[in-house]
Design a protein around this ligand. Sequence first.
Ligand SMILES: Nc1ncnc2c1ncn2[C@@H]1O[C@H](COP(=O)(O)OP(=O)(O)OP(=O)(O)O)[C@@H](O)[C@H]1O
Ligand SMILES: [Mg+2]
Length: 468
Amino acid sequence: MDSDLDRIFEVTGESENAKCTDDPDAPRFKAISIGKSVVFSDYAITLRIDEFFGRHATIFGNTGSGNSCTVASIIQSLFSKPDTYAAHGASFVLLDNGKYRQSFAKLGFNIKRSYWRLPSGDSSDIASAEDKGETRHGFRLPHWFVSVEEWELLLRASERTQQPVLRTALGLSTLFTDESNVDLAQLQNHILASCILYIMQSDQGSPTKTDRILSVLATFSTKKLSSATIKPGIAISFDQMKDAGGVNALLSKHIKEAITVPDYANKPFPFDNLDAALDLALLYEEAHGNRQIREYCSQLRIRFKWILECDKFSFLRIDPKIILDYEKDADRFIERFLGLERNGDWLQKTSQITILHLNEAGDQIVEVASAIIARLVFERLRRADPRNRLPINIVLEEAYRYVAERPAGYAIEAGKIFERIAKEGRKYGMFLLIGSQSPSALSRTVLSQCSHFVLHRIQNPDDLSHIR
Ligand SMILES: Nc1ncnc2c1ncn2[C@@H]1O[C@H](COP(=O)(O)OP(=O)(O)OP(=O)(O)O)[C@@H](O)[C@H]1O
Ligand SMILES: [Mg+2]
């Protein structure tokens, strides 16, 4: 009887040990059991592992119907096989609302887990300090890994006027962190000189000009143009600059024709430098005759200042002077997050379950953290060689927070990257496991790419028709 059902549900050979391709001696399970059937008493419901985890999947049901339990139970069964059968290749990243950590604590401690949480006063970590399978980390995401497009969304930069200024500013913040390069030095001098010349030629009073120039030089300076070289000439005596002519001549020497500001290079820079860089970018624009630009960009700067001061965003504002090696490079950063360690050319898996704890985080933070992390993982996997070498399943619990049909757009539209992953992720070994109470509120683009549906009780007619 059961064997007939097995054949109907195409799960014959659950316990059959197929041969592993990597290691011909290691046995490998083809399917896992996830519970007992209600209809056929005592019949075990099984999932075929390769098929289920090799596509995007969803788990839906009314609140309290057991979505989270099912996700936990699927992952538990996958990892709770005896060591010879353990899923050594599988990697899960869970964007968690606080439930999963405990449910994996009972897995054998050969299944390594890393647990990341945003800095907060909460000390509930201590409870599981004994857990040997888990390593705990404070989660921080250096702001230089934020892409230009993400900065634009984060700062709500308007397309026509603010985005170009923001891009220049990001380029400048990168430019002024590298002092060794000769070409760069010329470029830095050119930009500083044109901005300072612009201030010199404006119709403000000399004392005001001097103050403005000194404030620019306080953040951005080069060997040739710094307060040491310029201050004596612009010092005020009897309301006039001491040697305006000399300073003008010095600055003019550094003006070059046809210059382009370099692109933003995701290199470490101090967060507040970006504000000064915005100022410099505005000066540079003004120096080129765009007189109203400062007014047009005032909103952008207000929003930047808010992020600069907002406590919640402290995980993003990292001081480049006190960073660890892996925080200099996006690939190494995300590899560490995923529990991959470089061993020569080879990547070694040191943990299989990564939990990013987002329970206390506000919607803005959830959006920013999840979107950037997902993009970094996606980019990393796209470059994995050979392709599909490091398959990763991302679990989105309470998925409306990440892939809503009508995104709230608090800070960054996280939905965009998840839609991209839904469409292209499979090719690179990146899969979504989406849990939600209300499927009709989720992005249709994402749902249309899901191949597996685990459905609990659902009552809402919209949700029912959506699923149908
Ligand atoms: N298969 C099951 N058998 C018995 N009880 C279950 C089962 N699955 C879940 N439960 C119980 O139902 C309750 C709700 O489960 P769970 O938290 O997984 O639901 P959910 O759909 O994720 O709800 P939420 O909307 O809060 O996210 C829990 O107390 C859990 O112990
Ligand atoms: Mg739940």
